[in-house]
Ligand binder design. Structure first.
Ligand code: AMP
Ligand code: MN
Ligand code: MN
Length: 314
């Protein structure tokens, strides 16, 4: 399987690497690592991310070219990392789908194999873990910059080795990356201890909306556009809030609804044990993993909540 990627890279000169909207650590880290690796192989490579890099990932060593508008065509191949379906790329995904040779590298169970080449392993902790194997097979030299990106991607997607995608291989890749010069304390300080105080002002407002349902097995909270304006924050400041809801002992499923436009919500779902939130998210037009998934919903808030509560069957 990796042989076809090698041929694609050997036979091409110009590549684009892209990932999903609202990029997380795996999206940014995997895209940057792959782009830096391609450049290291003497190729012309650039990254396209629809959205800005969230503040907590701005310390990541970045490639020379990171675009937030889809660049002109003319790429020998486009690598799409950490996206279960091509729509997750956001603006420009249609034109990529029509015109480009797509290499899909991902770990979502819901991945619909949209690429001409598809390297999808839902058992991988992160896309970065698959990418590590791809880069090894290509004989890439792991610089400190590539290692920092891969390490950050693995630790963020495993919740710092707390989620059940935390495997021996996830640890061993991180161990190897530390050998290539990664400083775990530097990464942790940037990712986890670098928030503006406004994030906590926003958190106060969000926690005030917390409700628990179904014998406290479901936790729901809301972030509105008004809360963002009152605290001078934006979506990037609410990343990870849903994880707090999951910390309640009785909670099986945590849900954070973030208003993206009037009557439109991005739903983030997290499950602790039995509930498969990926299948719930898929049934609502989204996707994700068994224990972390998301979708977009429109309409009246109470109706949305009722649909969600019904779908979890708790
Ligand atoms: P989030 O709640 O945004 O952190 O996302 C959790 C997981 O669900 C990630 O693996 C995402 O890739 C996936 N996900 C989130 N939102 C969507 C969506 N609208 N469509 C498909 N997958 C999503
Ligand atoms: Mn992701
Ligand atoms: Mn991922």
């Amino acid at each position: 399987m990796f042989q076809r990627i090698k041929e694609t890279i050997d036979n091409g000169r110009k590549f684009l690497v892209t990932s999903h909207v609202d990029p997380d650590g795996d999206a940014v880290g995997s895209a940057f690592a792959l782009c830096l690796a391609l450049t290291g192989l003497g190729k012309d490579a650039a990254v396209y991310l629809q959205d800005a890099v969230p503040y907590r990932y701005r310390f990541l060593p970045r490639p020379a070219a990171v675009h937030h508008e889809l660049p002109e065509d003319g790429y020998d191949a486009v690598f799409v990392v950490d996206c279960g379906d091509l729509r997750r790329v956001g603006n420009g995904h249609e034109s990529l789908g029509h015109k480009s040779f797509l290499v899909n590298i991902d770990h979502h169970e819901s991945n619909d194999a949209f690429g001409q080449i598809n390297i999808v392993d839902e058992r991988a902790s992160s896309t970065a873990e698959i990418l590590y194997l791809v880069l090894k097979s290509l004989g890439v030299r792991f610089t400190g910059d590539i290692a920092t990106n891969l390490y950050t991607a693995v630790i963020t997607d495993t919740g710092s080795f707390r989620y059940d995608n935390t495997t021996e291989r996830a640890f061993s890749i991180c161990r190897e990356m530390v050998g290539f010069g990664v400083s775990p304390v530097h990464v942790a300080a940037n990712v986890y201890e670098n928030h503006p105080k406004e994030r906590f002002q926003l958190l106060c407002l969000v926690l005030a909306t917390l409700e628990t349902l179904s014998d406290d097995r479901i936790a729901l909270a809301l972030v509105t556009g008004d809360m963002f304006s009152r605290t001078h924050t934006s979506a990037e400041h609410s990343e990870g809030f849903v994880e707090y809801l999951k910390e309640i002992d009785s909670v099986e499923v945590a849900c954070l609804l973030r208003e993206t436009a009037h009557g439109k919500y991005k739903v983030s779902m997290r499950s602790k044990n039995g509930v498969d939130v990926a299948s719930v998210a898929r049934s609502l037009g989204g996707g994700g993993h068994r224990k972390a998934a998301g979708c977009t919903m429109e309409g009246d808030l109470d109706t949305i909540k009722n649909i969600l509560i019904g779908a979890f069957s708790l």
